[in-house]
Design a protein around this ligand. Structure first.
Ligand code: JHZ
Ligand code: SAH
Length: 408
């Protein structure tokens, strides 16, 4: 759906970066599907009224989240540990009532976080519209409801299960265009003493690192403490704590509650001041972001062309959703990148959205390693570097584009 108005403030949106025609970030496909492939014009906009960075147009949710969704959270061991720690934090937090607490998670995917609550026999519910990943969660004892979260769904959850002590979400709040409906739903779902804890890629990191690949169809918003405080403030809810995370290349965990339920922590005051200093409340910041994005594109394309001219073999590592933006925005196809290796079975044997680079099993990378590998899963660098010592020992080199295009 296209909008020219800010989804939160209703005031006009200003386009800050135009990424051109883009396919679905997770729209991996087979050659016979090329002719009917879906594309949309992807422009990122900013609203000074709400301080919210957002897409002008986003494909319909049903096009992106369905019964063959390609992203499985548990493909990273590091993320599995991260979500175990997140669950432990909630369990220790003191926010859960002693007697029969109830935890709801939005976008629980394959159960990577909720399985930790299920293992403790704690009452929980995962809202997960993508049926294939929800079924995976069920195998881990996680109870799911395969619907898109809305205010109405919140009402029916309350009717069936009562209100929740904790409302959790990771990498999903920033996916939902009717975020106002979500906040209204949360207000109804949450007990007076309940808390909301959610994390998403952080706008401050995206701007600081020019990690423009965090902008794709699914990410209709990139949040900051400023925009989250504004959005929830419209609904008498308060941001009480913020906790920076290293995951997904720099994320922020936001803790919110009904207004007045808990004191606002110093962390919020400090982060908001830092964001004002970084200019996350001003259009001008995103004008210079656009210049950095364009420069990053020029450098990556010229590096790949130079390697091709020198007869080097280049492959990609990790067929991430993020890479869809890079490949399509930079016009990088199979002529520059021979294949992309990925451990997710549902992506293998298909081609990348839009630029149609073959996605191959990890085995291919092991057996037929390239001279250079573009680390599209750069957010998992630590986990991947530890695993790929042989590649480096035999002379293989990594290319990264964050925070700047370079060969490691
Ligand atoms: P990864 C997805 O983004 C989509 P993506 C979504 N919109 C979002 O916000 C985040 O996730 C949470 C593979 N891999 O995590 C697995 C290897 O091959 O960066 C994945 O396909 N070998 C919901 O897609 C991809 O890389 C490995 O050793 O940008 C990583 O995808 C590892 C660790 C991963 O998310
Ligand atoms: N929390 C996991 C999964 C993120 S993927 C992690 O951090 O790894 C985002 C998930 O949100 C997808 O599985 C998608 O199906 C789900 N989702 C998308 N829109 C949603 C909505 N409106 N309500 C609930 N879940 C949604």
């Amino acid at each position: 759906m296209k909008t020219t108005l800010c989804r939160i403030a209703g005031t006009p949106l200003t386009t800050v970066v135009d990424f051109g025609r883009q396919p679905l970030g997770n729209g991996f496909l087979e050659p016979h599907q090329f002719s009917g492939e879906y594309f949309f014009p992807m422009e990122a906009g900013f609203s000074e009224a709400s301080m919210m960075f957002q897409l002008i147009e986003q494909p319909d949710p049903e096009k992106m989240f369905h019964d063959h969704y390609a992203f499985y959270s548990s493909t990273s061991n590091y993320m599995a540990r991260h979500f175990k720690e997140f669950a432990d934090q909630v369990l220790r937090s003191g926010y859960l009532v002693k007697d029969d607490p109830f935890v709801v998670e939005l976008g629980c995917n394959d159960g990577i976080m909720l399985k930790n609550f299920a293992a403790q026999n704690l009452r929980h519910l995962g809202i997960e519209p993508s049926l294939n990943v929800a079924r995976e969660a069920n195998k881990h004892g996680v109870r799911t409801c395969s619907e898109f979260f809305t205010e109405q769904l919140a009402e029916s959850i309350v009717a069936e299960h009562g209100q929740a002590d904790a409302f959790l979400a990771a990498n999903v709040m920033c996916h939902i265009p009717d975020i106002t409906g979500v906040v209204r739903g949360i207000k109804k779902l949450l007990k007076p003493t309940g808390v909301v804890m959610f994390e998403d890629p952080y706008l401050g990191d995206v701007v600081a690192k020019t990690s423009y690949d965090q902008i794709y169809d699914e990410h209709v918003f990139l949040f900051s403490a400023l925009s989250i405080r504004y959005l929830f403030g419209l609904h008498e809810m308060e941001l009480i704590d913020v906790q920076p995370q290293t995951t997904h290349g720099g994320s922020m965990r936001y803790v919110l509650a009904h207004r007045g339920a808990y004191p606002v922590g110093d962390s919020v005051v400090r982060l908001v001041a830092g964001e004002q200093e970084q200019g996350l409340d001003r259009l001008a910041t995103f004008e210079s972001f656009r210049a950095s994005v364009e420069e990053s594109r020029t450098k990556l394309v010229s590096l790949l062309r130079d390697l091709k001219a020198r007869g080097k073999k280049v492959a990609g590592y990790g067929a991430t959703s993020k890479s869809t933006t890079i490949l399509n925005y930079c016009g990088i196809g199979p002529d520059l990148i021979a294949y992309i290796s990925d451990t997710t079975p549902i992506k293998q044997g298909k081609c990348t959205p839009g630029m149609h680079i073959p996605v191959v099993p990890y085995q291919t990378f092991k057996e037929d390693p390239p001279d250079y590998a573009v680390l599209f899963a750069w957010n998992h660098a630590e986990e991947i570097m530890a695993k790929e010592r042989d590649f480096m020992a035999s002379g293989g080199k990594w290319i990264v584009h964050v925070p700047e295009v370079r060969v490691l």
